[in-house]
Design a binder for this molecule. Sequence first.
Ligand SMILES: NC(=O)c1ccc[n+]([C@@H]2O[C@H](COP(=O)([O-])OP(=O)(O)OC[C@H]3O[C@@H](n4cnc5c(N)ncnc54)[C@H](O)[C@@H]3O)[C@@H](O)[C@H]2O)c1
Ligand SMILES: O=c1ccn([C@@H]2O[C@H](COP(=O)(O)OP(=O)(O)O[C@H]3O[C@H](CO)[C@@H](O)[C@H](O)[C@H]3O)[C@@H](O)[C@H]2O)c(=O)[nH]1
Length: 328
Amino acid sequence: MQNILVTGGAGYIGSHICLKLRESGYCPVVFDNLSNGHRDAIAPDIPFIQADIRDSEKLDRTFSEFQPTAVIHMAALIEAGLSMHEPSKFYNVNVAGSLNLLDAMRRHDCLHIVFSSTAAVYGNAGLDLLDERLPVRPENPYGRSKAMVETMLADYFAIYGFKAIALRYFNAAGADPKGRAGERHDPETHLIPLALQAAAGLRSEMKIFGGDYNTPDGTCIRDYIHVDDLADAHVKAVQNLTSRKNTTFEIINIGTGKGYSVKEIIELCQSITGQKFPVSLKPRRPGDPAKLVADPAKAKVLLDWQPKYGSAHDIIKHSWNFYMKTMS
Ligand SMILES: NC(=O)c1ccc[n+]([C@@H]2O[C@H](COP(=O)([O-])OP(=O)(O)OC[C@H]3O[C@@H](n4cnc5c(N)ncnc54)[C@H](O)[C@@H]3O)[C@@H](O)[C@H]2O)c1
Ligand SMILES: O=c1ccn([C@@H]2O[C@H](COP(=O)(O)OP(=O)(O)O[C@H]3O[C@H](CO)[C@@H](O)[C@H](O)[C@H]3O)[C@@H](O)[C@H]2O)c(=O)[nH]1
């Protein structure tokens, strides 16, 4: 069985990727400092190293012991809004940490990497669909930190022979359809889990950040991608990297091609849960682009990947099922 090193594997998306890797015959090895993840988000028999990606010694020991075929690199700070207040932390973990990891990979001749990039690199392009050839114009330090790692990967591909795919995911949401994992950020800042917490009575209201964007209802539009589909895309990316002889460095959007406004998502959460919670309009959250919707065509061609869950209805339903299960 091939070992796949999963940095950030105890996090939200990582825990779903571990499930999918196992189902696909791989052995995930999780490397996570638990700054935002949970040890019990992954099965107890998955090899787990509690360490920081900025710790070269721990990385060296891990590569020597497990000799992974490839790395799925997810460990990062993820909140675009927070990055507007604390950019230093984002550049430190996301950029310096990634550089440290890439150099450990070089030392151990493990040159296959799937990197978690983001739709946030596009910024305010003002287009209905965003494709990978557009210039990157991130609106916040989080997006800039991810764009910097994409640049590093392009150089490590061209100069050191890395085989790399950067997956630019749009807004990850939902939970494992079988209820084995879900979103447990603490504090939670993401739209769907917050709205579901309001529906469950754990929050007194839901705030909409900005009603004056240049969109049909004035609220921001995002492309919500089911975390189970996202996990599938990673397995396909690993298979693609390790099976192709002549690889190019590829950057690939992972989204559905369909956008929902903040208002639409809140209304869907209310109708799916049957709970009408109070909603109030607040000023814009700095650093938020108005609209991020993927052109998902390249993922279909290169990875033979398409989302199974094309509608936000399934995403919200699966999240709600997970919350109901964990709260009961
Ligand atoms: N959630 C989304 O909508 C979304 C969208 C696009 C891209 N991404 C990217 O996907 C990846 C995973 O996101 P997530 O939502 O699962 O976030 P998450 O916070 O749940 O998971 C990140 C994991 O990385 C770990 N981590 C953080 N800093 C670390 C460090 N220095 N060393 C070791 N481990 C560290 C955390 O403990 C956590 O378990 C991130 O790289 C994020 O930027 C997320
Ligand atoms: O209480 C809330 C929370 C969010 N929003 C809005 O909802 C939209 C989505 O916000 P959120 O769920 O926080 O996600 P994003 O800021 O779009 O960022 C997510 O999606 C990006 C990809 O698009 C990833 O890179 C990031 O890591 C991930 O946090 C934005 O317009 C927010 O302003 C609200 O109006 N009220």
